[in-house]
Design a protein around this ligand. Structure first.
Ligand code: LMR
Length: 394
């Protein structure tokens, strides 16, 4: 049986992690996988998380199962964090999942159960795991234009022209903030136009929000998802706590399903619990509980918010430094986009050959499409990267 299996294609991002590990040069720079690193290159456990863990250790009296859809307290704090007051809670179904990827998988499965023929629209480009999961689930998939390779900004006209072809009931996957891999994002006026278009077409938005707090701030980064939640009859959301709580390996994510009315909510909730049961029974609880403790306690919440804000401002400062450095070296403004982009990533507009040269000649590791993880930089490596980019002709 097992000899009938085909070799799977390498995951480009995870492959890059391995290449970086295997490189013996001291001055190598890892701008690959989307993991936050501080100025010393470490991915620290946030102080608020450590404090919540201490509290959990002292107070937790059992490790028995939670509910199939996860703990109701986690649903509440996450619905508040992502949706705020945008939609009444009796329209929101929720299920904890193993990470944001688990949530994406679950949303797609739910959509497929509701409509086996559903077409999923993805931004071009998008996180490579999106099309991979859609394909794995055997669902129909198509793309809408999103990124202008020439300006390295959103191609909004192209996006709207493509969304005009969306059919009633289609699922349109949108990045809630901090677009991965491009770093280019819609403004709120544009989001409003997207909402108009989806409403006109009767399509369902599916928002993947994995970087809330990494762009313009916790509320600012949720403004788009809240705008859609307030306007759309139905919406599916996959949210991740991996990055903004720094709890990557705890696998903490959630599906939030906004139902057309309160009557549809219990059946949707039941289907989410059913899907969890079929896939893995109960979702992981440790990370979800830490998030619940942090968000429910004013002191821990304030500590977490301050820490997250430091992370965000640190990345913004690195963006500005890189843009300034490249302007100085190139004598042109063409790198201004780096300071305009938001979140962990920016696409640099380098060719695959230039990306390979950066890796081979300079020990700079970025994804093949020239996506860099801004948090992989520090004040000392920014000038090194800038010089290397100019050297390979970007
Ligand atoms: C990324 O895009 O680098 C992250 O979301 C990590 C991953 O799993 O790919």
């Amino acid at each position: 049986m097992l000899n009938k299996l085909n070799k799977q294609p390498e995951d480009k991002i995870l492959q890059l992690m391995q290449w970086y590990k295997d490189d013996t040069r001291d001055n190598k720079i890892d701008l690959g996988v989307g993991v936050y690193k501080d100025a010393t290159g470490l991915t620290p456990v946030m102080r608020a998380v450590k404090n919540a863990e201490q509290r959990l250790w002292a107070e937790e009296t059992t490790k028995t199962y939670t509910a199939l859809a996860g703990d109701a307290g986690f649903h509440k704090v996450m619905a508040d964090l992502v949706l705020a007051e945008s939609v009444p809670r009796n329209r929101v179904a929720a299920a904890a999942t193993p990470g944001g990827t688990g949530a994406i998988h679950m949303v797609l499965e739910l959509a497929k159960m509701a409509n086996p023929d559903v077409t999923v629209w993805l931004s071009a480009p998008t996180w490579p795991n999106h099309p991979s999961i859609v394909r794995h689930l055997g669902m129909k998939m198509t793309e809408y234009r999103y990124f202008d390779e020439a300006t390295l900004a959103v191609d909004f006209d192209g996006m709207m022209a493509d969304l005009d072809k969306v059919k009633a009931g289609d699922l349109v996957l949108l990045h809630g903030c901090c677009h991965n891999p491009t770093g280019a994002n819609l403004n709120l006026t544009q989001w409003d136009k997207v909402a108009d278009k989806l409403l006109e077409k009767g399509a369902v938005p599916f928002v993947d929000i994995a970087y809330q707090g990494f762009g313009d701030g916790l509320d600012e980064d949720a403004a788009a998802v809240r705008l859609l939640a307030a306007r759309m009859p139905e919406m599916l959301i996959a949210a991740s706590c991996s990055k903004n709580f720094g709890i990557y390996r705890e696998r903490t994510g959630i599906v939030l399903a906004i139902c057309p009315d309160a009557e549809t909510q219990p059946v949707t909730q039941g289907n989410l619990a059913f899907l969890n049961r079929q896939n893995f029974s109960f979702p992981p609880d440790h990370g979800a509980r830490l998030v619940t403790i942090i968000l429910s306690d004013p002191e821990l919440r304030a500590e977490w918010m301050a820490e997250l804000e430091d992370v965000r401002l640190g990345m913004l400062a690195l963006r500005q430094q890189l843009a300034d450095e490249l302007q100085r070296l190139s004598g042109s403004d063409r790198f201004g986009f780096i300071a305009q982009h938001r979140g962990m990533f920016s696409r640099m507009g380098a060719t695959p050959e230039q990306v390979a040269a950066l890796r081979e000649k300079h020990g700079v590791y970025m994804v093949g499409d020239s996506r860099i993880n801004i948090a992989g930089l520090n004040r000392k490596t920014v000038p090194v990267l800038a010089k290397a980019l100019i050297d390979v002709g970007v």
